[in-house]
Design a protein around this ligand. Structure first.
Ligand code: MF3
Ligand code: CO
Length: 249
């Protein structure tokens, strides 16, 4: 069942999102060649707790960290470690915040130093596809219109959309109904309504769409070893459009 949030609840999700926006500003300032990914995670956790909020991922199904940090061919759910970021890498950072029992979830893929042209294009197309999906998230459309908008944009650029992981409803929990695939035919699934809150999160591979798990049981990597990118926002469907809650205005 897709929960319709009241204006008061959306306001609470906005307050959670505001902390998430500030957390990403902190990551923007920290991330550079040579930093250990565990350092980013520690600073993220410290910052979120300093706002009297909780890192939503820590302890979720025993996930051990506050941020997921996924380098190059790691698609999502990479576990922070002592390995250092290196010039030329792309690094997906995914963070969730829980404040007063309300959740927000967002991700972006960073460039470390100078990256290849192909990686530049991958990042650009993935972020664009997220915004195509968000544009399709309006009252009166159906759920799969979001999926279709993302897939079309990605495949027109010659990249592929990961099938095995999806976006989701968010708000009272980190993961709520519905699941939001990043691929599919248009005009299928539930009608979108004012008050629905979603985390839309395309994961886009430079090569094939297939993925595999690393030995740590968390890290999802591309099957062909080519790079992957991930962007995510928490959005609320309003009367006229979608409001992006995890972008500062
Ligand atoms: N943003 C991620 C998602 O929605 C959350 C990571 S799951 C966790 O799938 F276990 F790492 F928290
Ligand atoms: Co998510």
């Amino acid at each position: 069942m897709i929960i319709i949030k009241s204006a008061r609840e959306i306001d609470l999700i906005k307050k959670s999102s505001k902390i998430l926006i500030e957390t990403f500003k902190l990551v923007d300032s920290l991330i550079e060649p040579g930093i250990e990914t565990i350092t980013i995670d520690r600073e993220v956790e410290k910052f979120i707790r300093s706002k009297n909020a909780k890192p939503a991922f820590k302890g979720y199904r025993n996930y051990p960290a506050s941020a997921c940090i996924s380098v190059d061919d790691h698609v999502v759910h990479g576990i922070p470690s002592k390995s250092k970021l290196v010039n030329g890498q792309i690094v997906g950072i995914d963070i969730g915040v829980e404040l007063n029992h309300y959740f927000s979830d967002a991700a972006k893929t960073y460039k470390i130093g100078k990256i290849s042209r192909d990686k530049e294009t991958l990042l650009k197309v993935t972020e664009e596809s997220l915004h195509k999906g968000i544009d399709a998230a309006k009252a009166g459309n159906r759920l799969s219109d979001i999926s279709h908008a993302i897939q079309s944009h990605v495949e027109d650029a010659g990249f592929s959309v990961v099938r095995d992981l999806v976006g989701h409803g968010v708000g009272r929990d980190l993961h709520e109904d519905p699941q939001i695939p990043n691929y599919g035919k248009p005009n299928k699934g539930p009608l979108l309504k004012e008050g629905m809150v979603f985390a839309i999160e395309p994961m886009v591979n430079m090569g094939g769409y297939r993925v595999a798990f690393e030995d740590d049981q968390w890290t999802v990597r591309t099957a062909d070893g080519l790079p992957s990118a991930h962007f995510e926002h928490t959005i609320a469907i309003t009367k006229t459009s979608a409001e992006i809650l995890t972008i500062g205005r």
